[in-house]
Design a protein around this ligand. Structure first.
Ligand code: ZN
Length: 366
């Protein structure tokens, strides 16, 4: 039972017969989704890499927790990379979970060779099981310790654990290793550009063009450059571990089994190549191959009088002519001022003082 002030996770004993049977089945068949959903809140002795480990062709696989699988090759390719591939931070975003499933099952079936340390994550198994974005709190707002500021709930518990696994993972990487984190999502709303990535704020560091070329080659050529620190998972890895990290939106949410996986194959293939240290022939960066956007600012709801003249289901990146009134609020209005000014994540149903939309404008890299 939970109330507002406590949350006690229901953890499965890894020595129980139920767990052993399911784990042995996973080792034999590689169905990571099934195992993750069966023990949604986690198990006892979580985080110990040697408790639940097995080896496939020179790669040690360790189940650290529900939905958290560490793959460590005995021989690391050089230069070495530490790669996090995460999915299901929002539980109903099934296509990314199925991408992780495919990679993990291919590794276990010995169809994919792991040459770089990789951490696979299915982020919110409880929400996966109820086919919702989250149970109590949006997990992708809780990183960088922001989970500390909320009342106890499953997502608070899970965010803390995930931060620890990722921190341990990057910290244990080979000296000089390059860190990567691809946090895969699907969007709730339509988007003028079906696939897009959010590149976390870099605090003045330059945007990495080779990474942008990798994303474009993976089918994602619309990029939104972050404009400040956030509590997202990709920002956590970027800011704390200098990872090349991205929140990647792969299209619209669909239930398990209803995704057209061909639509995600370019991304899945490139992640497989990255893990297995295969060559990926990338085009040199060219602004013409991309839709690049930078943030202009937020439309913030100030009072109960707030009105947003954009439907909540408007497509992301819908653009408006200059001088269009997009919202009014307590005697103020928001009027577009820039050519190509576009709206992202509009949502009028937020509390006073919160962001009702993000405004962006096209940009290019020098
Ligand atoms: Zn998401």
């Amino acid at each position: 039972m939970t109330n507002n002030n406590t949350f006690t996770p229901s953890l499965t004993d890894i020595n129980s017969e139920e767990f052993r049977l399911a784990y042995n089945k996973f080792v034999a068949q590689g169905d990571f989704i099934a195992l993750t959903r069966q023990f949604e809140q986690g198990f006892t002795q979580a985080g110990k890499a040697n408790e639940l480990s097995f080896t496939v062709k020179g790669c040690k696989l360790s189940l650290l927790d529900t939905g958290i699988l560490l793959a460590e090759p005995e021989q690391l390719a050089k230069p070495s990379k530490s790669i996090v591939i995460s999915s299901g931070i929002h539980g109903n975003e099934t296509a990314p979970i199925e991408i992780v499933q495919q990679l993990v099952s291919d590794i276990i079936a010995d169809k994919l060779t792991v040459e770089h340390r990789t951490l696979f994550i299915m982020g919110n198994p409880v929400a996966m099981n109820i086919a919702k974005r989250f149970q109590t709190e949006n997990l992708n707002r809780l990183f960088c310790g922001k989970y500390k500021n909320i009342t106890p709930c499953y997502e608070k518990f899970r965010a803390q654990r995930i931060e620890t696994y990722v921190s341990d993972f990057f910290t244990a990487g080979a000296e000089g290793a390059t860190n990567f984190h691809y946090d895969l999502h699907t969007a709730i709303r339509n988007s003028k550009y079906e696939k897009f990535a959010i590149y976390p704020f870099q605090h003045g560091k330059s945007w990495n063009k080779e990474q942008l070329s990798f994303l474009a080659d993976s089918g994602v050529n619309t990029i939104l450059f972050g404009h400040g620190p956030t509590g997202t998972f990709s920002y956590y890895s970027s800011a704390n571990f200098a990872a090349h990290a991205f929140t990647i939106e792969l299209g619209k949410v669909r239930p398990f089994g209803e995704n057209n996986m061909a639509n995600f194959q370019a991304m899945a293939n490139n992640l497989a190549k990255l893990i297995s240290n295969s060559d990926i022939a990338l085009k040199d960066f060219d602004n013409k191959d991309f839709n690049l956007f930078e943030a202009l600012g937020d439309i913030t709801k100030v009072s109960d009088e707030f009105k947003l003249f954009v439907a909540d289901d408007a497509s992301n990146f819908t653009d408006f002519p200059v001088d269009t009134v997009l919202s009014t609020d307590a005697g103020q209005e928001y009027r577009t001022t820039k050519q190509g000014e576009s709206i992202v994540f509009p949502n009028a149903n937020v509390g006073n003082g919160q962001r009702a939309a993000l405004m962006v404008v096209p940009t290019s890299l020098a």
